[in-house]
Design a protein around this ligand. Structure first.
Ligand SMILES: [Zn+2]
Length: 77
């Protein structure tokens, strides 16, 4: 995992402000159930030097209010 220095000011998925961003080149687990700091993570696929990466935009609870872009959150049953 690395912290990209060229990330946009707002989340490219939902358009909201975010608290932190991380970039991953391998699979990982995500569990935000009962997470006190973060309410949502948006996933943005990017290419870095020709290699696929996924950037995680971490939103706090306050940062998930509103948001006028992107599809509704996925909620698998
Ligand atoms: Zn977002």
């Amino acid at each position: 995992m690395r912290i990209p220095d060229d990330a946009p000011a707002a989340c490219p998925v939902c358009g909201n402000a975010y608290d932190s961003v991380s970039e991953h080149d391998a699979g990982l687990m995500v569990n935000l159930l009962d997470n006190e700091r973060y309410r949502r993570v948006c996933f943005d696929p990017v290419g870095v030097d020709g290699e696929p990466r996924v950037r995680f935009y971490h939103h706090t609870h306050d940062q998930t209010a509103g948001g006028d872009r992107g599809d509704p959150p996925v909620a698998p049953e």
